[in-house]
Design a protein around this ligand. Structure first.
Ligand SMILES: *Cc1c(COP(=O)(O)O)cnc(C)c1O
Length: 392
């Protein structure tokens, strides 16, 4: 039986050539709606680095999303969507809906960010001194270091202040005359160990309490004139690439009840920075077989996309994207290689594929939207894939 989806993929490949990266915007909207429905009290800041395609940002913008940016060019990609608004609304959007969530910022970037009075994260004293000098008007969120155990991508060795030093850093910022709006953490990407979130929430809650005991005021004055703190629970929301990944619904239930238990007495605005969750399942890569050989008895397929391109997620995101064939046939273990001259450009030595596929036959990989096309290169003269949008 030929699946309806395969006919669509064949048509796209025929019209646009390969490799071609297909983005289904309806799926992005679905993911965003699911996140909002299951975590109704959490404002979703889409982490642009997961997939910074401008059309994705536009779709998220029209859905009402907020944004997590981590470089000035990413900020400008978001800014493009609302730069036509009157000054006041523009500034409100920046303040209410954008966080610059890279704790390390070059001086020139800080000077630029200061113009926009944006919210930024920090986690060390040297950064505070830089902020004082180059960006005294930005809002600050302290990023703390939390357990990343059982997350696919571990971040705790690169970012985050030790929770034991957190209140001292807050004090340091306040003594420098800077405003601290709240606390953030990131449990590591593709988190399949939900205890990470619980422990992180416990840390955050004790830091809020200790700061209060020591009389350091955290927070901002909201539109109703009330002081509110920000609690940024970061990213990490897992995607069901494989059946063993726990469901987002379970995590959401746990988060809702723990946020309520720990933080309901404080006036707290909870925000999150989902990246992968919004885009991974919305994208499919179509690639073509451009060469075939049998080596040591194994069928080897050479494709027009590889590890330096869309499959870069294998390296940077530690994911595997199984290849499917549009043509049917009895499956055997085959090897799949990218188009470059680099031996590292090996997609898999054990993809289950029909062994009688021919040159020009199409393969596709699903759930390939996060941390993939975002890190393609032009290595060896091979450009990134063309991008095609569905349901835009
Ligand atoms: C990458 C990143 C995210 C997004 O993480 P996901 O696991 O893709 O949801 C969120 N916050 C920060 C600070 C990040 O660096």
């Amino acid at each position: 039986m030929i699946k309806k989806q395969n006919i669509l993929l064949e048509k796209i490949a025929e019209e646009h050539g390969t490799p071609v990266f297909v983005i289904d915007h309806e799926k992005i909207r679905e993911n965003y709606r699911e996140f909002r429905e299951k975590l109704p009290d959490v404002q979703a800041y889409f982490a642009v680095k997961a997939n910074s395609n401008p059309e994705i940002i536009k779709t998220m913008y029209y859905m009402g999303a907020s944004f997590d940016v981590a470089s000035f060019p990413e900020f400008m990609l978001v800014y493009d969507n609302f730069k036509h608004l009157p000054e006041k609304e523009r500034q409100d959007f920046i303040w209410d809906k954008i966080i610059y969530a890279n704790t390390i910022k070059p001086a020139e970037v800080l000077a630029n960010l200061n113009i926009y009075k944006i919210l930024v994260t920090f986690d060390n004293i040297e950064e505070l001194k830089k902020i004082k000098k180059h960006a005294p008007d930005v809002g600050l969120v302290l990023r703390i270091r939390v357990p990343n155990t059982g997350s696919m991508v571990e971040l705790s060795s690169k970012f985050g202040a030790h929770p034991g030093e957190a209140v001292d850093l807050i004090a340091e910022a306040i003594n420098l005359g800077l405003g601290v709006e709240g606390i953030s953490f990131h449990v590591g990407s593709q988190c399949n160990n939900f205890d990470n979130y619980s422990q992180a929430l416990n840390f955050a809650s004790s830091i809020f309490k200790e700061a209060e005991l020591r009389n350091y005021q955290i927070g901002f004055i909201d539109k109703e004139g009330k002081r509110r703190k920000i609690l940024d629970i970061g990213g990490g929301f897992p995607v069901k690439y494989t059946p063993d990944v726990k469901s987002f619904a379970t995590l959401a239930r746990q988060l809702n009840s723990e946020i309520k238990r720990l933080l309901s007495n404080d006036n707290i605005q909870v925000i999150a920075e989902p990246g992968r969750f919004m885009v991974a399942t919305a994208c499919t890569l179509i690639t073509k077989i451009v060469g075939k050989a049998v080596r040591d008895g194994k069928t080897c397929y050479y494709l027009d996309d590889g590890v330096h391109h869309t499959f870069s997620g294998q390296v940077f995101d530690h994911q595997h994207y199984p290849l499917n064939s549009i043509k049917c046939g009895e499956k055997k273990v085959c090897a799949t290689f990218g188009p470059t001259c680099d031996a590292f450009d090996t997609i898999s030595l054990a993809d289950e594929l029909p062994e009688d596929l021919q040159i020009d036959d199409l393969l596709y990989a699903e759930n390939i939207g996060a941390y993939t096309i975002a890190s393609t290169t032009y290595f060896n003269g091979f450009p990134p894939p063309k991008v095609v949008h569905l349901n835009k």
